[in-house]
Structure formats: C-alpha cells, structure tokens
Design a protein around this ligand. Structure first.
Ligand code: PHE
Length: 441
C-alpha cells in the first residue's frame, strides 16, 4: 500500500512545527524555566537545542524519509539484526505515556475556553485566578470529561488521514496563534512596570544552575521538539524527497524556540506584576494568563480565542503522538485507520483517567517522559546514525533534494562525538546526585 505523504513543503514544515509547538512551549517551557531560575536555564536550553536536539531532529527526519516506514519498521529496515527496533517500540510506549498526561492538560486549556466564554474568569483577582486553577486540577470528573473531548478531536483528525487532516489544520491555525501570542506578550510587558519579568528571563544568574536544571533543560529541548520517540521519524517518512531536510529541520527548531521564548515573555512579566511565583509549577500558565486578559482591551475576546488556539496547538501535537501509535497498529495488524485510531484513543483514555484523578501521577509521567524516556530515546537514535547508517548514506539522504548540505561534517561530528556522549554524561551526572554529588552545585 502506498503511504500518504504531505502535499507541499510548507505543509510538511507546518505539520512538523505543529507537532513541535504545543503545550510544551506555552505550558511547559515557562513553568520549567520558572522552577529553574530563569535566564541561566534559558541559555542552557538554547545550548542543548543547537548541540543535541537539532542533530537528533535531522537524524529522525532522515531515518524516516530514508526508509519511508513507520518508526518501528524504520529502525528494523536499516538494521535487521540486533535490538535497534527497540527504539521504535520504546517510542510507541513513550507516545502512549505522554498522550495520557498531555491530554489532561490540553483538556484544561479547553475548559478554559468554556470559562472564558461564560465570563467566569473576568474580574477575578490574582488569588481567585489561582484558586480557579486549583479547583480545576483537583476535580477528576471535570478533568476526565475535557480530556475525553480533547482526545476525541485528536482521534477525529488522525482517522481522516495525513494530508487531509493534519496538514490542512496546521497550516491555517499556527500563524494565527503566533499573532495572538505577540499581542498578549505586549500587554504582559506593559503590565510589568519594573521589568522584573524581563530581567528574570534575560539576565542569567549561573549560581541557580544545578544538575537537576541541566537534565531538565535537556529534557525540555527533547519534549518541545517532539524528539526521542519517533514522532519526527514518522513525519520524516511523509516528507517528499525533493525537500531540503536539514533546512526544514532548522526551520522547525527555530519556530519552536521562538514560540517558547515568546511564551516566556508573555508569562514572566505578568507573573511578577500580579504576584504569582514564577516557580509555582505546572499551574503557572493558568494562574497567569487570565490576569493579563483581565487587564487588556478586548480581553474577553482575546482570552476566548487564545485558549481556543492553545487547544488547537495542543491538538496538533497530540495528533503527532497518536499518529505514532496508529501507524504502529496499522503496520502490525490488518485493520483500517479509523479502527486503529479508536483502539489507540481508548487505551490512552484509560491511562489518562489515572493522570486526571491523581496529580502526582501526572507529574511523574511528565517528568519520566521528558527527563528520562525522550533523552534516552534520543541517545539511541543519534547513536544509530554512526553505528548503523553511516556518513555516506546519511549524507545522501540529507542531500537527496539535489543541493549540498555544507554543514554535514559538523552535523556528523555532533552526531558521532558530541550528542550521544553529552546525553550519557548528563544522565550519569544526574545519577551521581542521588549519592550526593552535584557537579554543578
Ligand atoms: N512537542 C510537543 C509540545 O511541545 C509535545 C510532544 C512531545 C509531541 C513528544 C510529540 C512527541 O507540546
């Protein structure tokens, strides 16, 4: 059977950026940056994006397109012997774990559309805004209800197939989200008359860096770019041979970073202006944004549209995870796409009920996936490049569009000598902290 593909270059980039840009940028990036002290963490994050995440993204795209197969088969095709196909399998498990908590948070963003429409958030003071989030989070029925709605929408798009669903939705909605974020940013910056938010985000205090923040910066880079679990490998398999892969990877990484950075500019100034602690954890976005909307012209409509588009951004990311599961089921069992989607969604809902009812499980899955599973997946994927693909084949794929990839030697050097060992080093160092040794403290 011929696999579907993306119809255009812009569509492929929009879809991959749609996967990358999501709650990871707008919900996770600000709260993790806030917990880890701000600017110094941001610098670490940029460092890891360039030296580790970008090469992994290029590797995933190339491996996907080279084989034209879903993630488990892609690794098996390139390396029939050995356990490398385990990368794909672990990706499938990882997709399942992330989807389960991701859709609970996505469900909250949807619920906030409802709260915005009904005007419930209007006129609340910052304490009441925080209380509203606490109530939301601690109501399992509510969280489960919205999670199921979110997953049903994701399932609907995925069931319709790649180019008809994913591509069309991503291309239209992402630019609108960007415009809105910029507007909200401007209002947030003008609220913060003492510029504390900007200082927090831009003026680094390296004494705040610990081993925990190093691992979390790496984890955030993987999470935000959807790396380490085969999402981008699967998307790579849909990209046409005429497209410049390295350039596409750089575009996706830049878009992803830019939106996370803007999210920081949006959240921190307001957090300081409204007395919300930037290190307050996963509720940060929900405790901050409504305060900006309450103090901006046309705040009512902006808040409705903003939460709507944030939900859409979450759906486009969620789609890319579900796609990994569905593609896997389709390749293993003789079933049709709608049925495979229904099975994957049902299983995710079951696991999601756990995350919605018991918030430590949500935090644990969030931590486990970003800080352990994805970097570990990334380690094996990037190691796969020198060990199983080789420079020649890799270069051929990266130049298949007919152009030259001048930075190939740099890419290959990073893939062979830097990225895997840096990940390993960070892991081992993190383990050392368990016996009381913190290399950065
Ligand atoms: N990158 C997505 C986001 O930032 C989350 C994601 C992680 C999607 C892993 C797919 C795979 O929201």
């Amino acid at each position: 059977m011929k696999r579907e593909g993306f119809n255009s270059k812009a569509g492929a980039i929009a879809a991959a950026a749609g996967s990358a840009v999501g709650l990871g940028n707008i919900w996770r990036f600000p709260y993790v940056t806030g917990e880890n002290g701000g600017a110094a963490f941001l610098l670490l994050y940029i460092f890891f994006m360039i030296l580790i995440a970008l090469p992994v993204l290029m590797a995933e795209f190339s491996i996907g397109r080279m084989t034209g197969k879903p993630v488990t088969d892609a690794f098996k095709t390139l390396s029939p012997k050995g356990y490398w196909y385990g990368i794909g399998l672990s990706g499938v498990i990882c997709a399942f774990v992330i989807m389960s908590f991701y859709n609970v948070v996505a469900g909250w963003t949807m619920y906030y559309i409802y709260l915005s429409i009904t005007g419930t958030l209007q006129g609340l003071n910052p304490d009441e805004v925080s209380q509203t989030f606490t109530n939301t989070m601690s109501d399992p029925i509510l969280s489960i209800y919205w999670m199921i709605i979110m997953l049903s929408i994701t399932g609907y798009v995925v069931a319709r197939g790649v180019s008809k669903g994913i591509e069309r939705y991503s291309k239209i909605l992402m630019p609108i989200l960007l415009i809105l974020i910029i507007l909200v940013c401007i209002r947030s910056l003008t609220l913060d008359t003492e510029n504390k938010g900007i200082t927090f985000l831009l003026s680094p205090d390296f004494s705040k860096i610990t081993m925990k923040s190093v691992l979390e910066a790496l984890g955030q880079a993987f999470f935000s770019l959807s790396l380490g679990m085969g999402t981008m490998t699967t998307y790579g398999s849909y990209i046409s041979k005429t497209q410049n892969l390295p350039k596409s990877a750089v575009s996706v990484a830049m878009i992803d970073f830019f939106i996370a950075f803007l999210a920081g500019l949006m959240i921190f100034p307001c957090a300081f202006a409204c007395g919300v602690n930037p290190g307050s954890g996963p509720g940060l976005v929900f405790e901050t944004l409504p305060n900006i909307f309450n103090q901006m012209p046309m705040g009512y409509i902006v808040s409705v549209v903003f939460f709507l588009l944030l939900s859409v951004a979450a759906v486009t990311s969620s789609i890319s995870m579900l796609e990994v599961l569905v593609d896997f089921l389709l390749s293993k069992f003789n079933i049709k796409r709608p049925r495979a989607t229904a099975i994957a969604v049902t299983l995710t809902i079951l696991l999601g009920i756990g995350c919605a009812s018991y918030s430590p499980m949500l935090d644990f899955f969030d931590n486990l996936s970003a800080n352990v599973l994805l970097p570990l997946g990334g380690f094996f994927i990037i190691l796969f490049v020198p060990l199983r693909v080789g420079a020649e084949k890799m270069r051929e794929e990266m130049e298949a569009h007919g152009g030259k990839f001048k930075l190939f030697p740099a890419f290959y050097f990073l893939a062979k000598w830097v990225a895997p060992w840096a990940i390993l080093f960070i892991f081992i160092s993190k383990m050392l902290t368990w016996i009381g040794i913190d290399l950065f403290a």
